[in-house]
Write a protein that binds this ligand. Structure first.
Ligand SMILES: [Zn+2]
Length: 558
């Protein structure tokens, strides 16, 4: 928007912006930040609406003592198949690409038995599909030719597929705003619609099942944008220079980082400075290289060797070695492909169709290096920091899991290069004295306790920072001075402001985490309190609930 404004201004046109949002708490503030212009808020909605049925669906216990519940994907696949059988147009949202593919596959299997004529009336949809394939699915949905789609949040925003009858939300999408956005996909004009929110057995979601008033009573969260993210800004400056030569005055539009970044772009050969102006100096078309949703421009192309290296799709490197690595099973529209070879130079994953009855999940190893400490504060004796970090993550192996039964079919080691992520983290160092008391007076386990605290914090923070669960990761790590710190970091290059929010709101987040652990009725930790993790870590520590509860309580009262 800043770029559009700049071009229009140059040609003597002043634009008027009309911004619409159904689901955030701070529309005025966000719109002003996005456009850099004063705005007026209109916030009453007089459009006709049918009744919206909203169901909170908590999968039943398999083992009540251990607090194990049936998988939300199992619930989703039965619900979706039932709805499709009744010709009710349904969209199923999942948080992960693999889950969208899995549910798609399972629903097709169910339909083959019950209503074989409807098998081809559903599709899967996610980022990483080719644009043409995505446009085709959107069109079929819009025209009503498709009865159902399983999708990641790729379909949540900005894409018009018309209104459907029912929406299944598999797992809390991280924010109340996203939840309403997804739910808003169901409901045509004045007709009734159905939304079913199916919970995972994780801390925040079980909390929401116990406290539905939190969903319905609260106003949605504040949207966070960080127009100063260096990576995003650099991409915009490249595009802006291509549109019109840049000058020093443009720092008023793009902020204080503009001039230093222009130097970097000159060094890189993208721009040249002539007089007091900066010109685009490359033959490439910068806008086609930047994707506003995915900041990392490190992308792997996926090619099918059985069909003359036909391009199937792509995956960005933040997800790269999580989805494609040698011998991984890559899923695309319910087909399973085996990754035969990974060309690290050309960034190509060569795959081949294979009739596999399993899928694969990677194991990671991870180290965090603090590159620059930016802020520090003390809270009840705990040290809290915010700063720049480098996270090196390595995919060190994978495990094969059988479809449906999730039976472990064995794991293998891998030797892949590490991937670096320069990002923003917050880290908390609880008082040493507290951990000593835990160890010597309570015979507790400090490391295992901190691991549990980290897991709960990493699932609570997205809620406060308006991020999805995958955008924030955590790690417990010993520092050079032997103190043990809990790190929470943004899973995007340059950070998107989530850790900053966590630093600001730490007190609230820790209190919320403490409430989750103390309310959980399990005996010794379950996925809805301390056992929730975003990824499998090689040699990971088994979290201890009692120690985690002690640490959080003491941190609050100290
Ligand atoms: Zn529990």
């Amino acid at each position: 928007m800043r770029r559009l404004n700049r071009i229009c201004h140059y040609y003597g046109v002043e634009l008027q912006f009309i911004c619409c949002s159904a689901t955030i708490a701070n529309p005025l503030e966000l719109a002003e930040k996005l456009t850099g212009m004063p705005m007026e808020l209109i916030d009453n909605d007089g459009s006709p609406k049918g009744t919206k049925h909203f169901i909170l669906w908590n999968p039943p216990y398999i083992d009540e003592e251990k607090s194990y519940r049936r998988s939300p994907t199992t619930e989703a696949q039965y619900l979706m198949a039932k709805l499709i059988e009744r010709h009710i147009q349904t969209i199923t949202f999942t948080r992960a690409r693999v889950i969208a593919e899995l549910i798609y596959r399972y629903v097709r299997d169910l339909l083959k038995e019950k209503a074989p004529e409807l098998v081809d009336s559903i599709r899967a949809y996610r980022g990483g599909y080719l644009p043409a394939e995505r446009r085709e699915i959107e069109k079929l949905l819009f025209s009503g030719q498709l009865l159902g789609v399983t999708s990641t949040t790729a379909l949540e925003l900005g894409i018009d597929v018309g209104a459907l009858d029912a929406c299944l939300i598999v797992g809390f999408p991280g924010t109340i705003a996203s939840l309403w956005q997804q739910s808003g996909r169901a409901g045509r004009k004045s007709e009734d619609s159905l939304t079913v929110f199916i919970a995972y057995n994780d801390p925040v979601e079980q909390y929401l099942m116990r406290h539905p008033e939190y969903l319905f009573g609260q106003s949605p969260e504040n949207a966070v944008i960080d127009p100063g993210n260096v990576y995003v800004l650099a991409e915009h400056l490249r595009c802006a220079a291509h549109e019109l030569p840049l000058s020093e005055e443009d720092a008023d539009i793009f902020g204080e980082l503009t001039l230093p970044l222009l130097d970097v772009l000159c060094e890189h050969g993208d721009l040249t400075q002539i007089g007091d102006k900066w010109y685009w100096a490359s033959t490439a078309y910068p806008a086609s290289e930047s994707d506003l949703r995915v900041i990392s421009n490190d992308t792997y192309t996926i090619m099918d060797i059985s069909r003359g290296n036909l391009v199937l799709g792509s995956v960005d490197a933040v997800n790269g070695f999580a989805m494609v690595y040698p011998e991984a099973i890559y899923m695309h529209e319910a087909e399973t492909y085996l990754v035969r070879d990974l060309d690290l130079e050309q960034k190509i994953a060569y795959v081949e169709p294979i009739d596999a009855d399993y899928y694969t999940q990677p194991w990671f190893e991870e180290t965090i290096f603090i590159t620059e400490q930016k802020k520090a504060k003390e809270w009840n004796g705990s040290q809290v920091y915010l700063g720049e970090v480098r996270v090196t993550r390595k995919t060190v192996g994978f495990v094969r899991m059988r479809f449906y039964t999730m039976e472990n079919l064995g794991s293998e080691r891998l030797d892949l290069p590490e991937q670096n992520l320069e990002t923003i983290a917050l880290w908390v160092i609880p008082p040493e004295e507290l951990l000593d008391r835990l160890k010597y007076e309570k015979s507790g386990k400090p490391y295992e306790g901190l691991e549990g605290v980290k897991n709960v914090l990493a699932s609570v923070l997205p809620h406060y920072a308006m991020a999805d669960r995958q955008s924030i990761r955590g790690k417990v790590q010993q520092l050079d001075n032997e103190q043990i710190a809990i790190f929470l970091y943004d899973a995007y290059p340059g950070g998107l402001g989530f850790a900053n929010k966590g630093y600001e709101l730490l007190e609230k987040i820790i209190e919320h985490a403490q409430k989750i652990i103390s309310e959980c009725e399990c005996a010794d930790g379950c996925p809805s309190c301390v056992r929730q993790t975003d990824a499998m870590m090689w040699g990971g520590i088994d979290p201890d609930k009692e120690s985690a509860a002690f640490i959080l309580e003491e941190m609050i009262v100290m």
